[in-house]
Design a protein around this ligand. Sequence first.
Ligand SMILES: C[S@@+](CC[C@H](N)C(=O)[O-])C[C@H]1O[C@@H](n2cnc3c(N)ncnc32)[C@H](O)[C@@H]1O
Length: 265
Amino acid sequence: MTAINTLDTTRVNIAKSFGSASKSYDISARLQRFSGKNLMPWLPNRNDLTVLDLGCGTGFFTDLLSGSYQQVIGLDISTKMLNYAKEKRSTDITWLEGDAHKLPLKSESIDFVYSNLVIQWCDPLDVAIKEILRVLKPGGLFIFTTLVKGTLHELKSSWAQVDDDKHVIDFKNETELNTLFNSSTSVMLEHKCQDIVLEYENVLHLARELKGLGANHVPSQMNRGLAGKEKWFKMTEAYQDFLEPSGIYPATYRVYSGQVVKLND
Ligand SMILES: C[S@@+](CC[C@H](N)C(=O)[O-])C[C@H]1O[C@@H](n2cnc3c(N)ncnc32)[C@H](O)[C@@H]1O
């Protein structure tokens, strides 16, 4: 019971963190735009399909999908993200507030699920995967991107020189993802992994972008208090090890893209 309550609190905090970023999100979303567009070649080319955009955020890609498919549903855990999306995007889209771990959708009702940079927030991930497979029709596809281990390694190792606290969320590795998706109910058809290195003027710029994306949340039980100014200063000093000759601060995002099929019973 305690474990479930802790998880619920974590998800409420994730929703709040993304919610407070809903207005700044689209300006800070250069990584999201890149990775979401990368999935386009995998999209089915029939248009009589029902599609779920899982963790749709501000609905940028939901809107693109609605131009190509018959019925498009944008689902997110954050009310504020959904409010923003409803205001800005096509009126043909159905918006749903819900949690990937307990989807408010009928079994076998969706032809394909699209999800860009969302499942790294799902914990436990196997529960969310079961839900995705439950709502997919047999033969249906799950087309997604997520972040894997190696992401923000510069920030992680800079903080590691300061204290033992968790400042960056834990990412799964590629093998863990392959194992989760290759099962008796699904198969990974294709996947790829690439490092996207974004450039920042300074560490504050990176921190602001992560905040703007709502991506600065780490589960509270592991984040023991706010890092003081002194700790922050030490961390930025350590980050200088990665400074490029041009004076740019790099941050690596290891983006995993996958195409999974739900097997017939
Ligand atoms: C990095 S944003 C990506 C948004 C969008 N897919 C895009 O490409 O711009 C992650 C989104 O996942 C949502 N999210 C996080 N955990 C979720 C969960 N358990 N169920 C549904 N949505 C979730 C957040 O509220 C946020 O809008």
